[in-house]
Design a protein around this ligand. Structure first.
Ligand code: C5P
Length: 391
């Protein structure tokens, strides 16, 4: 986001107060934000608030004489990386869809040569109305990206579809828009998180995987243009926007879900910390202490990565090797035994549950160390390497 120039259009809707928060997020991340208010937008949040948060003049009038050439609609869009309209009212979208230029915001949208992102916000009936849906269709045909809307409680007290996305989601959507589309059109299946192997109805065998690396990678793959299906064990993380998530608990459920979706995938990324063993038989009822120390017989779980790699027409497989020592030799051995082209090695004591990570990628050409950084940054590095190998 550093150095990006965003034009943020704010039209009439209660959700305009959330756009103030969005400006704060963008500015904090190093973006330059020019806010353009419609007459309706200015009724909800004043220009003073947006000026204070963006540190820049706020624009409301097509005839504003402050623009050097008296053409604010041109000045604002030249050099802009994106125009985002949040909230976009039904009226604003109707005017945009018809190419009307009756205020500064609609005029600059027509005059722009950068991406247009539109985050609708309105009452559920207004959203569902055929006229609104027709306008959305026209905007999509004209190349705009529609963000949301979300569903839930509305300012009017009704419940339904039409809520504006949260500022954090809009921020992410802008990052998605700016990311190089290195894997566009590729279908990816990815596993993430731990698995839970039932011992009895209330106890499980599991591990300390937080799912953060898998979720960061799913987000980076989606951001690079891939169509991502993530099969995830139980974690307390939000599913990244745009990622299709299948939630499972045990290794066998993970296996089934992967096999169900792998058919059309060109890439398989196994990030999950799959339990190697499970109790042969989960007790039907809670095991009681009074019955003495239980004997739990373990049996091996299927190796999902190995099995996918040996499928006829196997996708390009990426594995992870979490080791506590001798990373290179273990990782290379694992790559050979599972017959996969790329393995991501990390030392577990640095990575488990942490927000950052340091990994080394092992492929036919040898070892490639990625810079230490947040799991999001590391995920980006892995995606770039993967894209190079697939090119
Ligand atoms: O054999 P090991 O568990 O060390 O291999 C780790 C890699 O294999 C990871 O990519 C993990 O997601 C995958 N794996 C798997 N199914 C298993 C065990 C590991 O897909 N049962």
């Amino acid at each position: 986001m550093q150095g990006r120039r965003i034009v943020l259009g704010v039209s009439g809707g209660v959700a305009a107060y959330k756009s103030a928060e969005l400006v704060r997020l963008l500015v904090k991340a190093g973006a330059q934000v020019d806010v353009v208010l419609t007459a309706g937008g200015a009724r909800f949040v004043t220009a003073v608030t947006f000026q204070a948060l963006s540190g820049r003049p706020v624009w409301t009038d097509l005839w504003d004489a402050r623009a050097n050439n008296n053409m604010a609609h041109i000045d604002l869009t030249r050099g802009a990386d994106a125009v985002l309209i949040a909230p976009a009212s039904a009226d604003l979208m109707a005017r945009l869809a018809n190419g009307q230029c009756d205020d500064l915001l609609t005029t600059l949208c027509l005059a722009r040569d950068c991406p247009l992102l539109v985050a609708p916000a309105m009452n559920r009936q207004m959203w569902q109305h055929p006229a609104t849906q027709r306008n959305i269709g026209l905007l999509i045909t004209d190349g705009a990206e529609i963000l949301g809307p979300a569903s839930g409680e509305q300012a009017c007290g009704e419940v339904g579809e039409g809520r504006m996305l949260e500022p954090e989601d809009l921020f992410e959507a802008l990052l998605d828009c700016f990311a190089p589309k290195l894997l566009v059109g590729k279908r990816v299946v990815l596993t993430a998180g731990p698995t839970q192997e039932a011992v009895d109805p209330v106890r499980v065998l599991t591990n300390l995987s937080s799912g953060k690396m898998g979720y960061a990678l799913a987000k980076a793959l989606h951001r690079a243009g891939a169509e991502v299906t993530m099969v995830s064990g139980p974690v307390s993380l939000a599913v990244p926007r745009g990622v299709n998530c299948v939630q499972i608990k045990s290794a066998r459920e993970m296996y089934e879900a992967v096999m169900q979706h792998i058919g059309h995938a060109q890439i398989f990324v196994a990030v999950a910390a799959v339990a190697d063993f499970r109790p042969e038989q989960a007790a039907e009822h809670k095991i009681k202490k009074a019955d003495g120390t239980p004997e739990i017989q373990l049996v091996p779980n299927p190796d999902i990565l190995s099995d996918v790699a040996s499928l006829p027409n196997a996708p390009f497989c990426v594995g992870f090797a979490a080791e506590s020592r001798d990373l290179e030799s273990y990782a290379q051995k694992k790559r050979a035994s599972k017959r996969i082209p790329l393995i991501v090695g990390n030392l577990v004591q640095n990575a488990l549950g942490a927000d950052d990570n340091q990994v080394i990628l092992f492929d036919d050409a040898g070892a490639h160390a990625l810079e230490h950084g947040s799991k999001e940054l590391v995920a980006q590095g892995i995606v770039e390497h993967l894209a190079k190998l697939l090119a």
